[in-house]
Design a protein around this ligand. Structure first.
Ligand code: AMP
Length: 393
């Protein structure tokens, strides 16, 4: 489910994007307005659907596949609408009995939602043409009367966001190794998008858009805001659309100039979330800790303090050397100056090296000692915050 703190920033001019103003809409809380986007090379709806090689489902087929969109088969809900679990036959792709054939996830456009037809089309445009093991597989779509649906491969472990931030017996904390595997998978997905083959800027990289399969392979979903990358020697794409507060690169927010380095910034933010187990923006935390980047900065500037940023639920599972390398990579990705950020190929290389290295860093007891110090400091800070309450943001 999309987090209430990750308010999307949306303000692209319809004229600039060549979009129909009827697709401009406001969030429920009226804090931001959004316009769906389409690739820079405009293609008609018919062309996009024809070129996609996707199955066109009838509404009735999907109604049967999801058992009439039963509320108990809801997998989650995003800005687009609810996502339902369903079943289709492996050979014919026709609706199948629950528990037989292959499992699918059916995203149904919520007519009152702030995302709309254009994002539905953008998803088909990109996912209908691009294929990579780290992008979610779009099986088909439904376009019938007012119905707009998307049919995906089912990702049994849901979103990274749920694994990192949800508490409860269903969501055990991800281990260090799994976190690194997911970070690498997501990085490979982004690197593919940025490659000359695809030339796409994803623009909405965040933990809720990273889905996880049964083997903890990460796959990027939600291409509603994706854009074709710059062409003909241009350094950037001009747009005022922005992704999600906290994840969007600062220079993009200020200038509207979109480059692949904007995605790299968002990747750095997600890597920091993975390492710390904290949301980039979290109003439920004490003042001073609500903005992850601001909070983490004071620890990340000194190598020996990096351990304070790490999620205490995975303590003892990583070497200090490995944590240092991962945190340094995150810092480099969120560098204010875009040209100093690595590109996604370099990020993939560094994460692969991190996985392959036998680096034991500091000894386990050193790590434990640091964690004990960290807990003491946290307890002290909590007591301090409780004794001097501050007005909430
Ligand atoms: P989204 O609209 O893409 O943000 O999806 C909302 C939620 O639905 C996600 O956070 C997931 O929990 C769930 N979901 C979306 N797509 C899938 C999928 N392909 N397989 C399983 N769950 C999904």
């Amino acid at each position: 489910m999309r987090c209430c703190f990750s308010v999307r920033i949306k303000a692209e001019s319809p004229l600039q994007s060549g979009l129909d103003s009827k697709y401009v809409s406001k969030d429920e809380d009226n804090t931001s307005c959004k316009i769906s986007s389409v690739p820079l090379t405009p293609r008609s709806e018919g062309e996009i659907l024809e070129a996609s090689n996707l199955k066109s489902f009838s509404f009735n087929e999907l109604n049967i596949a999801t058992r009439c969109f039963r509320p108990d088969s809801v997998l989650g809900e995003g800005g687009f609408g609810c996502v339902f679990k369903g079943w289709i036959d492996e050979q014919t792709l026709k609706a199948a009995k629950p528990g037989t054939g292959i499992v699918i996830a059916v995203k149904r456009l919520n007519q009152e939602g702030f995302q709309g037809h254009k994002e539905w089309l953008a998803e088909i445009n990109y996912l209908g043409q691009l294929y990579h093991p780290n992008l979610v597989n779009l099986v088909g779509y439904c376009l019938e009367d007012e119905h707009r649906l998307l049919v995906y491969e089912f990702m049994p472990r849901g979103s990274l966001e749920n694994h990192l931030f949800r508490r409860g017996s269903h969501f055990q904390p991800l281990s260090w190794n799994l976190r690194m595997k997911i970070a690498l998978g997501a990085a490979k997905g982004l690197a593919y998008l940025h490659s000359p083959k695809a030339k796409v800027i994803y623009r909405d990289f965040k933990s809720s858009n990273i889905l996880i399969d049964s083997n903890y392979n990460a796959k990027l979903s939600d291409f509603g805001l994706a854009r074709d990358g710059p062409r003909d020697g241009h350094s950037h794409v001009s747009t005022r659309v922005m992704g999600t507060y906290g994840y969007a690169a600062p220079e993009y927010v200020v200038t509207g100039h979109l480059t692949t380095k904007s995605d790299v910034y968002s990747f750095g933010v997600v890597l920091l979330e993975i390492l710390s187990g904290r949301r980039v923006l979290d109003k439920n935390r004490p003042p001073g800790e609500q903005d992850l980047i601001e909070w983490a900065k004071r620890f990340l500037v000194r190598k020996h303090r990096i351990v304070y940023v790490m999620d205490s639920r995975i303590e003892g599972q990583y070497s200090l050397g490995a944590a240092l390398k991962a945190a340094t990579l995150a810092i480099n990705c969120i560098c204010i100056e875009p040209r100093f950020r690595p590109n996604m190929d370099e990020v993939v290389k560094q994460l692969e090296q991190l996985q392959n290295s036998k680096d034991t860093g500091s000894t386990k007891s050193e790590v434990l000692h640091r964690h004990r110090k960290k807990r003491t400091e946290e307890a002290f800070n909590n007591r301090k915050a409780a004794s001097c309450p501050q007005p909430s943001a």
